[in-house]
Design a protein around this ligand. Sequence first.
Ligand code: FMN
Length: 262
Amino acid sequence: MRKDSPMRVILVAVALCLVCSVLVSAAAVVLRPEQELNKALDKKKNILLAAGLIEPKGEADIDAVYTERVEARLVDLETGEYTDAFPVDAFDQRDAAKDPAQSIEIPDKEDPAGIGRRSLYAPVYLVRESPGSNEFSGVIIPVHGKGLWSTLYGFLALDSDLNTIEGLGFYEHAETPGLGGEVDNPNWKAQWKGKQVYEDGKVEISVIKGKVNPNSPDKAYEIDGIAGATITARGVSNLVQYWMGSGAFQTYITRVREQGLS
Ligand SMILES: Cc1cc2nc3c(=O)[nH]c(=O)nc-3n(C[C@H](O)[C@H](O)[C@H](O)COP(=O)(O)O)c2cc1C
């Protein structure tokens, strides 16, 4: 066959495609366990960051701090009780929300987070008072909801009074860097620490438009808006209100206030 014959060109192209596809597939298969491990580690890191148990730029051993300071439990959102219906470490809230047998539809008027469905169960992460202790000083709750371009996924950490916020952080979203992406700005996130969620059993925390007035009687419940990103900011406000509200974690929170976290 001539070097520049059309058949030879096609054969070389096909052979090249085959070799490349085998290489890419092999890489995907070989790297999958490592990707899963990294994903799990990233989740643990974000749980610890929300609770202020590690520094954003620190070099802590994530697995060690997580094992010492965090205990994951699965909550039945209907009753607010812990459940062993599924092993919590294997429970995937996103998959469960897609399964009609493991989730409920949220009526539009009760769905400020814009998520459509939520799983019947949700994990929570209890914060041990000290390494290995069985006394708990707070709880970290997974939250998610719609921003402008994407669903934001994050964790909200509450102190032992189940009302004071320790921190909020998102580990996944596709909002615009510099606009909605400012939800990741450490200065904006720092405002959440110490704010209150409930007043007389009603969810009052909200991200307002503009800056919080230091003389406002509601300042304990208010977070500065994000300039040029009102839609993302409102999305964050709505999703926090939804997950703290009676449609999601409020039954659990009311129960553990009376009975304790463990
Ligand atoms: C390219 C582009 C990206 C934008 N990204 C965001 C975003 O991530 N979040 C957001 O709330 N608004 C974003 N906006 C702005 C919104 O369209 C809207 O104008 C804004 O949320 C209104 O906020 P403001 O009242 O503070 O100006 C973007 C606008 C443009 C043109």
